[in-house]
Design a protein. Sequence first.
Length: 285
Amino acid sequence: MHEEQPSQIEGEYQPPGPAGPPPPPPRKGWRNAGGAALAVALLAAKFKTVLALLLTFKWVFIGGKLLLSFGSIFASIWFYALAFGWKLGVVFVLLILVHEMGHWVVLRGFGVPVSLPYFIPGLGAFVAQKAMTANNVQDAASALAGPAVGIAASAICQAYGIATGNPFWVVAAHIGYLLNLFNLIPVLPLDGGRVAGSIDPRIWMLGLALFVAYLLSTGLNHPIAWLFLILVGASSIPRAIAAWRGVIDPRVRQTPPLVRGAIALAYFATIAIAAIGAAQSSVQV
């Protein structure tokens, strides 16, 4: 039941009424906005510092890769200089570098991420693809690009040697032709193996026979020759057997026969040019 309160008498003491809700805190207005802005600024400064630190580590990582690539070049120069002398060792490594940059430029042109060349003393060099090419035509083109520009560089050395009468450059050209001709043997992991795989992977069986015949003719009395034999065997034998049983990259099956014929024509033409250059430079020496 609700009870009515007595009316207030003027001048009489009245006890305080019941406590009401607490008054709202005073509005700070621009001070709140300023505090928020300060917090955002501090966060941005911290984020900027972290970002700068990450970018610093990124450049350290990139610098490490550059150091590894160029360091491997100098290691290879030292290795080949012991065998051929400093002058020929430098030219030989530069010919390998031109060869690898042919792969690099074409792969980058196709939008395929690829590493800088890494050199392995005694075994040449390589560039590491970080993704597959779109089709086997691009794969064949990027594989042939290395020998093509390598043969062109050898031809320039040969022409310069003939023009100046300096046999050193003809010798360098002869080595360059042989280097690229060797790379065109249709066996993995050589460039010729990649091209052969784009035409018909069963060619790898022939490539294995040719590679073993080449090593037997040049002699297997060097550890590098045995290392090459192990490397090629591990890369090619399982794939060659699988290809012979009909396990072939679907991209090869999807390529029209005329396109594969064009790849084969370019492949054998490159082999012929390298062989002719090697023969001519051998006579001119």
